[in-house]
Each structure stands twice: as structure tokens, then as C-alpha cells.
Design a protein around this ligand. Structure first.
Ligand code: ZN
Length: 263
């Protein structure tokens, strides 16, 4: 059976503390798989617990979000990397990792986030896992994406997804030339540029996500994984294809990138 997938959300976040199990139960009715992303060590541990409770449905990519890099010591980061290596078989990728010029603006802090970003990229190579990239901010909002693209390609990373892609279609095309994936969120319903990306890049490199609890299609309410449905609908509309075709291809993309076989 074909189904829809959310390749990036945060089921561990406090927004779900009251009703997390219900949210996952509801997601199971509509989705085939969900990837919950760890933003730092404690969060990643929590994510692994959820994956254990919901085997073959909740998958985990532990990462270190750039806003959480600042303030962590080398030792803390080293221990976390060790934890990730030890749990290699329980995870499907590393992320989110990357650059965030919206929140991290101090040059010294930027330097530090870049160093740690590269460290995690190297870890992903060691463990032979794909990376989920968070690249946000500055110069028309795309400087981080451009720099991130250069870093991953210089580091010779072969498997990567640019999560919640907010750049221009031309930049998306450059990313796809390197055979990296692009993931579009449910906020696509409000974004002309994301719609163009959905239309222009190869379907074989497209993925779908919510970044829930953030980026809800209706802005004010809490986002949930099943809202990923609107991304599929928009992709189908933009490409003038049947939504089933989009589902089938994106499921294949997901299985190829994360080396997961869905039920
Ligand atoms: Zn995220």
C-alpha cells in the first residue's frame, strides 16, 4: 500500500506533552511513516524512546540544531557523537544540523556552528548515514543555503536532504544537480517560490515534511504530521500529476535516502 510520509517533525517537543500518544495514533491513520528529528542530546534520547514504542512508524534522525551548538562544550558534543554512534542501528540519518543566520549572528558563534556542522557531517560519513540539513537566513534568506551547499559538496557528502527548503527555484536546481534531495513543508500553501520548486525540480529528488509543531498550513494552529497531506496535493497540482503518482515516487525517494523499507 502506498502512503504519505513526513520526513521531518518534532514529536518530542513540549507542544505535544499533553496528547503525544493521541497525535501519533492519529498520524498512523493517515501516514505510513514519520521521521522525528532530535535537536540536541536529551531530545534525541526522547526521540529514540518514541521510535522504540512505535517501531517501523516513527524513525529518528538525531542532530544538533545550530541554535543548540552555542553553549555546548567540546566534551558534551563528543559524548553526544558517541551516543549517536552507539545507536547507529536505531537511527536513519543525522540531523538536523547546519547553519542558522536568523538566530546565530555573532561571527564567533557562526564560526563555532560551522565547525560543529562539519564535525557532524564527518560523523555521518563514518556511520554511512544521510544528513538532514537545516539552513536558514541572511541575504534574501538564502545565504545559509548557499554556504551549506558548498560545505556539504566540499565535504563530499553524497546523501543529504535540504529540509524545509525556502530558497529560490534556481538554487533548488543547483542542489538537485548534486543529487541532493529537497524537502518541502506544509507552509507551501502560502509560498509562491516553494510552489515553483515543487514544479521545477525532479520528482525523484523531492521529499515532504511538516516540521511540526511549526509551519502549520494555517499558520496559527499547532502543526501535526498528517498536515503533510497538503504538500502532496500541492506537488500534484503544480506538476499536473495524480496525487498517487507523487505518493508512490516520494515513498521510493524516502526508502532510497534513509534505507528504510516501509510496511
Ligand atoms: Zn526541525
Amino acid at each position: 500500500m502506498i502512503g504519505i510520509i513526513d520526513i521531518h517533525c518534532h514529536l518530542t517537543f513540549e507542544q505535544y506533552d499533553e496528547d503525544r500518544e493521541q497525535v501519533i495514533k492519529d498520524a498512523k491513520k493517515v501516514l505510513k511513516g514519520v521521521v522525528t528529528s532530535g535537536v540536541e542530546a536529551e531530545d534525541a534520547k526522547h526521540a529514540l524512546e518514541l521510535a522504540e514504542m512505535h517501531e517501523s512508524f516513527v524513525f529518528v534522525t538525531p542532530g544538533l540544531h545550530p541554535i543548540h551548538v552555542v553553549g555546548k562544550t567540546d566534551q558534551e558534543i563528543g559524548e553526544y557523537e558517541e551516543f549517536i554512534s552507539e545507536n547507529k542501528r536505531k537511527i536513519v540519518g543525522i540531523g538536523e544540523i547546519g547553519l542558522d543566520y536568523h538566530w546565530v549572528r555573532d561571527p564567533l558563534k557562526i564560526k563555532r556552528t560551522k565547525e560543529v556542522f562539519v564535525e557532524f557531517l564527518e560523523l555521518s560519513q563514518e556511520l554511512d548515514l544521510p544528513v538532514v540539513l537545516h539552513l536558514r537566513g541572511e541575504g534574501a534568506g538564502t545565504e545559509a543555503i548557499e554556504e551549506g551547499l558548498k560545505i556539504v559538496s566540499d565535504e563530499d557528502i553524497r546523501k543529504a536532504v535540504f529540509h524545509c527548503f525556502t530558497g529560490k527555484p534556481q538554487l533548488a536546481e543547483l542542489i538537485c544537480e548534486e543529487e541532493y534531495y529537497i524537502s518541502l513543508p506544509a507552509s507551501i500553501v502560502r509560498s509562491k517560490s516553494m510552489k515553483k520548486v515543487a514544479k521545477r525540480i525532479p520528482l525523484s529528488l523531492l521529499l515532504t515534511e511538516t516540521d511540526a509543531p511549526y509551519l502549520s498550513p494555517t499558520e496559527e494552529e499547532r502543526n501535526v504530521p498528517q498536515h503533510v497531506k497538503v504538500v502532496y496535493e500541492e506537488i500534484a497540482r503544480q506538476r499536473r500529476i495524480d496525487v498517487r503518482v507523487a505518493e508512490e515516487e516520494i515513498e521510493r525517494n524516502f526508502e532510497r535516502l534513509f534505507k528504510v523499507v516501509l510496511r
